[in-house]
Design a protein around this ligand. Structure first.
Ligand code: HEM
Length: 415
């Protein structure tokens, strides 16, 4: 990473910025947060943009209606932005993903999914989520010790919970979880990312058509019933929920378990006080901030001054959620894992109108998942050497382990 001069406009940082080794604290982001919380960066496509690394500026950009969520990197002719906003289409008449849509399109489409994703409705699915977790714990137990936590638990649990939420028929679920896992791990020898993404699109297209003829008690049926939503939007938002909900929760499970077992006093503390689980999960979300390799970004619709920097219309600002979550002016001793800080104000789920739509689902899976793990495998440990853990490549969608070998000497029957 190159060094920089003192002025905000001269910061020659290239994206992605963050952890150089995934197990280390994000030194470059932390340095920027201290020295230049808004600075110039070179975006992945070579264009020049901006990066915020502290809490206050990150929060401000995400809440600022002068910015669009459309993924338009670098300076754009303003006319193109206006056309996009007026029509609510991304390309070839297709709707953009929900997290790239602006009001009023975003408002209408988000409403169509939120009723099933409210805190109350998600709590109602508790028993079903617990049943999925118990089945996966059985599979983990049968596979080891030792066994790969990601293969038997971290990957299937979020995949199966989403399948249940969306209404994927039971016979398709294994195929479906395998496919989304391959997409998360495009470095695997068997991977054909373009082919897998095509298969995924075709599957979802077929699922939405099937649901149209067999409406049920699920999220895809909710969207179909909502007459304001077009067929193309239902397909796009089904894919969007899958993309937003599987890999993220899988990475959070993996990084979270690694964090607890790497310093075993954290695991022992949870075991001694299972009632602390909500605080442990919040701290895990803040501390790991798995979304960081693919950070949140917004593009200015008009010139906007942010933290003393003038962002010109059409310029993109990357918001580092990881930086925000490690900001010492917001979190005391931010590089320490401290569940007792009991603070839900972190930015792991983003902010503003695009705040994670599935946060209650993620929290339910993580709290039930870790509670069940610690109860069933009280002496769980990392197996093998730290070097044996394979991490997702640094510029992927999320940060987290691809494999996490764990071992145990006994387990409890009760679950
Ligand atoms: C620990 C797991 C998760 C993390 C860390 C996470 C993080 C995020 C973040 C940071 C955003 C905002 C992106 C932006 O502003 O550009 C977001 C949006 C979103 N998330 Fe999550 N997410 C998680 C799990 C889930 C789950 C389980 C679901 C579905 C059930 C989900 C569905 C969505 C959707 C649909 C959006 C777009 C919302 C919108 O644009 O209005 N996420 N998520």
């Amino acid at each position: 990473m190159s060094t920089h001069g003192g002025r905000a406009t001269e910061c020659p940082v290239s994206m992605p910025v963050g952890r150089t080794r995934l197990v280390d604290p994000p030194t470059e982001t932390v340095r920027l947060l201290e020295e230049q919380p808004i600075c110039r960066v070179r975006l992945l496509n070579g264009e020049s943009g901006w990066l915020t690394t502290n809490y206050e500026l990150g929060k401000a950009v995400l809440a600022d209606r002068r910015f669009t969520a459309a993924r338009i990197w670098g300076r754009q002719p303003v006319g193109e932005l206006e056309r996009w906003l007026a029509e609510g289409v991304a390309e070839e008449g297709k709707p953009p993903h929900l997290n790239e849509a602006d009001p009023p399109f975003h408002t209408r489409r988000r409403r169509a999914i939120m009723s099933r994703l409210s805190f109350k409705r998600v709590q109602d699915t508790r028993d079903r989520v617990q049943a999925i977790i118990d089945d996966c714990l059985d599979a983990l137990e049968q596979a080891g010790p030792p066994a790969d936590f990601m293969e038997h638990f971290g990957t299937p649990v979020p995949g199966l919970v989403l399948s249940d939420l969306l209404g994927v028929p039971r016979q398709d679920r294994e195929f479906f979880v395998d496919l989304t896992d391959r997409i998360r791990n495009p470095d695997s020898p068997a991977a054909d990312l373009a082919g897998d993404l095509r298969t995924w699109d075709e599957y979802v297209e077929g699922l939405v058509e099937y649901k149209g003829r067999n409406l049920g008690d699920d999220l895809v049926s909710d969207m179909i019933r909502d007459e304001s939503t077009t067929h193309a939007e239902v397909v796009k938002d089904t894919i969007g929920v899958l993309q937003a909900g599987h890999e993220t929760t899988t990475s959070q499970f993996g990084y979270g378990l690694f964090t607890l077992l790497h310093d075993i006093s954290r695991w022992d503390a949870l075991k001694a006080d299972p009632g602390s689980i909500d605080r442990v999960v919040e701290e895990m979300l803040r501390y790991n901030t798995i979304i960081e390799p693919n950070p949140t970004e917004r593009t200015a619709l008009e010139d906007a001054e942010i933290g003393g920097a003038m962002i010109l219309a059409g310029e993109t600002v990357i918001v580092s959620l990881l930086g925000a979550n490690r900001d010492p002016s917001r979190f005391e001793a931010p590089d320490e894992f401290r569940p007792d800080r009991n603070d839900k104000g972190h930015m792991a789920f983003g902010g503003g109108i695009h705040l994670c739509a599935g946060q209650h689902v993620a929290r339910l899976e993580l709290t039930l998942g870790f509670t069940s793990l610690v109860r069933r495998f009280p002496d769980l440990r990392l197996a093998g050497d730290l070097e044996d853990i394979r991490w997702i490549r640094a510029n992927a969608q999320t940060a987290g382990p691809l494999t996490l070998p764990v071992t145990w000497s006994h387990h409890t029957e009760e679950h």
